[in-house]
Every structure is written in structure tokens, then in C-alpha cells.
Design a protein around this ligand. Structure first.
Ligand SMILES: [Zn+2]
Length: 99
């Protein structure tokens, strides 16, 4: 069973977790969520934004219209830079067959 849950957020005035009253996809990267605080002594209604900000693992079906930064340590290998300090020597040759 698949559940669709929106992450909880605290009411900025009283700190209680409000109810989600609805949401709307604004762009492929941005969704707005309407909240209503159910604290009878507060009753604050507000809108929060959920924004996709970067890629952790690239999509296997990328959308050409989406451009997101990739986490620095997960960028694809780049052969344009100098060789690594331990990558200057030719690889060791296999041992001769003595049989
Ligand atoms: Zn509140």
C-alpha cells in the first residue's frame, strides 16, 4: 500500500503541528501546501513551500527540462583533471606462469 504523506511542520506561532488543508503543484520543482493550525487558541492558516533543490542520485529517466545541482561528492568522474598522485605508474604486470 502506498501512502502519500507531507512532512509535518510546526505552526510558527504556537508550535503545534497543523493539519494539511490542501496542496498545489506550482512547478515541477515546487509544491505549495496549505496548513491550518488546529490549536483553538491559535487558528493560524498559512502556506509553506516544498522545493526540490538538488539531486542525490541521478534519474534513470531524466527530463531535459529539469536542471538540478548534484551533491558534490556524487558528481560523475571527470578525466579532465590531473592524474591522482598514486596513478602515475603503469599497472603491475601479472606474475609469470610457472607451471
Ligand atoms: Zn498555531
Amino acid at each position: 500500500m502506498r501512502t502519500r504523506r507531507i512532512p509535518p511542520i510546526a505552526c510558527p506561532h504556537c508550535g503545534r503541528t497543523p493539519r494539511v488543508r490542501g496542496s498545489e503543484q506550482i512547478t515541477p520543482l515546487i509544491r505549495e501546501v496549505r496548513y491550518l493550525c488546529d490549536n483553538d487558541e491559535c487558528g493560524h492558516s498559512f502556506v509553506a513551500t516544498i522545493e526540490i533543490v538538488r539531486t542525490v542520485r541521478p534519474s534513470l529517466r531524466p527530463n531535459a527540462g529539469i536542471s538540478l545541482p548534484v551533491l558534490p561528492h556524487l558528481k560523475p568522474a571527470n578525466d579532465d583533471g590531473p592524474p591522482a598522485a598514486n596513478d602515475d605508474d603503469a599497472p603491475p604486470q601479472p606474475a609469470a606462469d610457472i607451471n
